[in-house]
Design a protein. Structure first.
Length: 276
């Protein structure tokens, strides 16, 4: 009997730059953002002959408190495409870091089901349409308008603080602060318009930003609404080769060295370096 199980790779996304275009009447926000897929990934094992969700938390993934119920994005993705399957989700992307781990997992299920429609994907979350396509893209609207851009091989070092940031709270603070009204029309590379709002919601972000900047000599950028900061360059160039944590007082932040991967990437050894 043929084994019908499938092993899926769900790459994290890194938001390189982000501009908030405006706020809709329903309270949601239109954005313009450049996003890239990187070789940090979750692994999903899908068995259509069975049912149920199992979540396995890898080191540093902070996934211990994720639920496997109907509100889980994998469960919602299966329901959206009318499929039943048992899915083992091996979490490697840190939860709450703004790296799109849940969206990547949902997108992997959509691709497995043959669904790539961005309008269907955005119903699961604003990052899901990009994660379905992957690679490098300009993302607009709520996330449903995804324009592919040429792949660029780039390296980054991420610093994931030991806490997450609530995305909804950051956008609410952005509204209250009146941020970005004078930014202009162009999307600036390496600029994230949510940064000040995120710092207002979670002031602890500042110390981790400064720690990464002092360690690497580069100016960190916040990805999305946080909590992850990143700088561009390889670990060797930035002087952090062999290091996987930075320490602030009694807390540790996770250092992750990643490289961008093309939309065709299906895991280590298939194009693009792996962070494993």
């Amino acid at each position: 009997m043929t084994d019908s199980r499938a092993v899926l790779v769900a790459p994290a996304k890194l938001t390189i730059s982000l501009k908030v275009v405006g706020r809709r009447r329903d309270g949601y926000h239109d954005i313009e953002a450049e996003m890239v897929s990187v070789d940090l990934f979750d692994r999903l094992v899908v068995d259509p002959a069975r049912a149920g969700i199992e979540i396995v938390a890898g080191p540093g993934a902070r996934a211990e408190h994720l639920t496997a119920g109907s509100d889980n994005l994998v469960s919602r993705a299966l329901a959206a495409v009318g499929r039943t399957a048992a899915v083992r989700v091996e979490k490697r992307i840190p939860v709450g870091g703004g790296l799109g781990g849940g969206s990547a997992d949902a997108a992997a299920i959509l691709r497995w089901s043959g669904v790539r429609d961005p309008e269907a994907a955005v119903e699961l979350g604003g990052d899901v349409p990009f994660c379905v396509l992957g690679g490098r893209a300009l993302v607009e609207g709520l996330g449903e308008r995804v324009t592919t851009l040429p792949y660029e091989p780039r390296a980054f070092v991420l610093l994931v603080p030991p806490f997450g940031v609530d995305t909804g709270s950051v956008y609410q603070r952005w509204d209250a602060l009146g941020e970005g009204r004078g930014w202009g029309d162009e999307l600036d590379a390496g600029r994230n318009e949510l940064t000040q709002a995120a710092l207002a919601v979670e002031p602890r972000l500042a110390s981790w930003r400064d720690l990464l900047g002092d360690t690497t000599g580069r100016t960190p950028v916040l990805t999305g609404s946080g909590s992850t900061w990143f700088v561009e360059g390889s670990a060797e160039e930035l002087g952090v080769a062999g290091r996987d944590v930075l320490v602030a007082g009694r807390e540790e932040g996770r250092l992750i060295h990643v490289r961008t991967v093309p939309a065709t990437w299906t895991g280590p050894g298939t194009g693009g370096a792996s962070s494993e």
